[in-house]
Ligand binder design. Structure first.
Ligand code: HEC
Length: 183
């Protein structure tokens, strides 16, 4: 009986020891894992924060006043080669397929003398609309989108930077270039 109960007690005690041992071992593993996860977790918000920083910088760079502030009129002049088939740019220059574009920036729409504008553009002109910076920017991106019914058969300039450069060039074609919009 005594030997039997000692055996049983020994078995129970032994099992308990193994369980405690396993517990400690798994605790150590578990904590180690936790620490690893925490170590990986920490840099994630930091990485996200640094990723969102350039995105936040890119957003205002899209704004036209910001683009115009660093626009390059010389590059814009170069880009207007694709307009020159239809437009002259010099003061008193002739209307071609399209109207002369001297002093167009912030001026009234449809002001070129003797040019046969579309009904759509004449309607805007009759409302007293002007070619402000934002209007030109939108028109040059997508002429038919901005002015449905326009006879300007031109797909548009996709690059925002190039549109800003073109507008900077157009702005320079004036006896008194108008103030740039403030950001
Ligand atoms: C295929 C010929 C063609 C090309 C290329 C073209 N245009 Fe035009 N443009 C026109 C015509 C035609 C009109 C008149 C539109 C109307 O009456 O609806 C016009 C009108 C305009 C107007 C309005 C002028 C006003 O007096 O109200 C601006 C500004 C203008 N174009 C700028 C440009 C610029 C900048 C480019 C080059 C990036 C360009 N256009 C390329 C034919 C063209």
């Amino acid at each position: 009986m005594n030997i039997e109960s000692n055996k049983i007690a020994g078995a129970i005690f032994g099992t308990m020891l193994v369980m405690v041992g396993l517990n400690i071992a798994s605790d150590a593993l578990f904590h180690e894992k936790k620490a690893t996860v925490a170590g990986y977790n920490l840099p994630v918000p930091e990485a996200k924060a640094s990723e969102s920083a350039p995105a936040a910088q890119a957003a205002p760079a899209e704004a036209l006043p910001v683009l115009l502030a660093s626009a390059d009129a010389a590059k814009g002049q170069n880009a207007t080669k694709k307009c020159a088939a239809c437009h002259s740019f010099d003061q008193g220059g002739p209307n071609r397929v399209g109207p002369n574009l001297y002093d167009v920036v912030t001026g009234p729409k449809g002001k070129a003398q003797g040019f046969g504008y579309s009904a759509a553009l004449k309607e805007r002109a009759a409302k007293g609309e002007t070619w402000g910076y934002e209007e030109l920017y939108a028109f040059l991106q997508n002429p038919k989108g901005y002015l449905p019914g326009t006879t300007m058969a031109f797909a548009g300039v996709a690059s925002a930077k190039e549109r800003a450069d073109i507008i900077a060039y157009l702005r320079s074609l004036s006896g008194s270039p108008k103030p740039l919009p403030t950001p």
